[in-house]
Design a protein around this ligand. Structure first.
Ligand code: APR
Ligand code: PHB
Length: 388
């Protein structure tokens, strides 16, 4: 058994855990990050890729923006396609010049890991048997094994940044947290293809055969999604079937290229309240998930961590715990707005298997409305680019 200590023990080295560690470091607060996966796994894992202006501003302000400014693609609108029509939602015009930056989550993770490395404070990768205890005391503990040895990390505060399937949230005693949950009767098949995007901006398409999305990562790398069965096996989706389906649903003359990544994501909305128990604070996917239709997951994780880092700064430098006491309530206001927006975008654009036609009529009416009313379009736009 080997003992260590840190002011903040962080479970999980996704965007939430890494960014928290970085923001704490900048305030002179020490943290140790524990991660079950390897560094190369984290850097290769393909995830979402849309950054709100507020996320971009934060990354720039804390010194993480150099490559993002060079390689990120700034967009001032998205396209909605339905009933053989295409309509652009103009973010610039509707939100006073705001936009989004298309930059892959795994690139954000790479930039964060490089910054942690430069600070001499990389996570401990490939740890196992992680557990947390003594959460309602002033010295909670994280236990784990690494390289075959048992370790114990004593901290003042634990940040549960271990994603939706992590161990922090389930370590809270029954009854202390309330869960709110919705699963959707479909998933997304996501692919990455080595081909120039066939569009300048993202295309969200509603089609009788199901939803499709054309996104991108760079001038030579395209990202696509297709609504599929929630338990679809990527093996049932040979490349040809994917291109055929994309072409039909997007109603687009698509350029094809080698598919270099293929995976299925289930669709779910989930929130736990409060996002805290004793000295354990949950952030990012550990506390809430959204269906990816609104592109909010990463942005919510960043917003949580910004609130938590500020609160911890006050706590460690001035002994003031007001920010920590308000943490959950502060975050949940933004979380529920994003939950609603993501559910709404999902409901408007997907085919629901049991629908007898009523939902489809509502979807089309809603799409007509957001593409003809400036007020409705502005509501979509301000949520998409991110509320202040
Ligand atoms: N111990 C340590 N680490 C763990 C454990 C554990 N028991 N369980 C999971 N982890 C790690 C995972 O391997 C992962 O690297 O925690 C990390 C959680 O990272 P993410 O799942 O990326 O979650 P988060 O940092 O909150 O970022 C949210 O990720 O899922 C996307 O769309 C989501 O963009 C959003 C973002
Ligand atoms: C992506 O590029 O991965 C992406 C874009 C928009 C979404 C979801 C994912 O709504």
């Amino acid at each position: 058994m080997s003992d260590m200590s840190a002011q903040v023990g962080i479970v999980g080295a996704g965007p939430a855990g890494l960014l928290l560690s970085h923001l704490l470091h900048r305030q002179g607060i020490g943290s140790v990050v524990l991660e079950i996966r390897s560094r190369s796994y984290l850097e290769q894992r393909v995830r979402a890729g849309v950054l709100e202006q507020g996320t971009v501003d934060l990354l720039n302000d804390c010194g993480l923006g150099v490559r993002m400014r060079r390689e990120g693609l700034i967009h001032h609108g998205v396209e909605l396609r339905f009933s053989g029509r295409s309509h652009r939602i103009d973010f610039g015009e509707l939100t006073g010049g705001r936009g989004i930056t298309v930059y892959g989550q795994q690139e954000v993770v790479k930039d964060l890991l490089r910054a942690r490395e430069a600070a001499g404070s990389l996570p401990r990768f490939e740890v196992a048997d992680v557990s947390v205890a003594d959460l309602t005391t002033e010295r909670p503990v994280i236990r784990f094994t690494h390289g075959g040895a048992d370790h114990e990390l004593r901290c003042d505060v634990i940040a549960g940044c271990d994603g939706f399937h992590g161990i922090c949230r389930p370590s809270v005693p029954d009854g202390a947290l309330t869960e709110f949950d919705r699963t959707y009767p479909f998933g997304w098949l996501g692919i990455l293809a080595e081909v120039a995007p066939s569009t300048d901006e993202l295309i969200y398409a509603r089609h009788e055969r199901g939803f499709a999305l054309h996104s991108m990562r760079s001038p030579t790398l395209s990202r696509f999604y297709l609504q599929c069965e929630p338990d679809a096996d990527p093996a049932d989706w040979p490349d040809e079937r994917i291109w055929d389906e994309l072409r039909v649903r997007l109603d687009l003359d698509l350029a094809e290229g080698p598919i270099v990544d293929k995976g299925v994501t289930p669709m779910r909305s989930y929130v736990v309240e409060p996002m805290q128990y004793g000295r354990l604070y949950l952030a990012g996917d550990a506390a809430h998930i959204v269906p990816p239709t609104g592109a909010k997951g990463l942005n919510l994780a960043v917003a949580d961590v910004r609130v938590l880092a500020t609160a911890l700064g006050r706590f460690f430098t001035a002994g003031d715990d007001a920010g920590l006491r308000a943490y959950s309530e502060t975050c949940l206001r933004r979380v529920w707005r994003a939950e609603h927006f993501s559910w709404w975008m999902t409901s408007m654009l997907h085919r629901f298997p049991d629908d007898q036609g009523f939902e489809q009529k509502l979807q089309l009416s809603q799409l007509e409305y957001v593409t003809s009313s400036a007020a409705a379009a502005a509501s979509l736009a301000e949520n998409y680019v991110g509320l202040p």
